[in-house]
Design a protein around this ligand. Sequence first.
Ligand SMILES: [Zn+2]
Length: 177
Amino acid sequence: MNKSLMETITHNLIAVFIQILCFLYFIFPWNVIFTIIFAFLSHIILDDLSFITYHTPDSMKKDKFWLIWHYIIYALSLFSIVLFVIPYWISILFANIVDLWDWFTLRPIQKRIKRKNPDSKWGDKYYMHQIIDWVRKKLFYWLPNRIYKKSGILIEISIIIVFAILLGLLNVSLFID
Ligand SMILES: [Zn+2]
């Protein structure tokens, strides 16, 4: 399976952006419903775009560039969660639910099962990133594969900067009134 992913901070910034717009333009309960739907869809689209960013399928802990980039991006991701989780937890949760399920729930369970039974295929079909691979084949097949190109981080950094500015322009408040 392809390990398609975008970094959590990228998912979070776009999630917050989605929630602000939904709460601005829709009334309850549609604001919540649309936040959930769009946040979820944003994960799929972003992960599909991750093909053109620097995302090596396996960790490369001996590679200095890989290591430094991941220290920075993980720190930023954590910071974005702490900063936005109140009050934007709905969008952040649903923008990351695919990763929470696949990488933090299903995979650890699978690892445990495989320790006892190395041939077990249990769980393979429950990976939600299969949806993302399917959408990529249908809609984003034309994107060049640049997952090993270090310059790919510039694309992700650009997305982060653009959405950080958009949030600034929207006067992102850490409260919902
Ligand atoms: Zn993902």
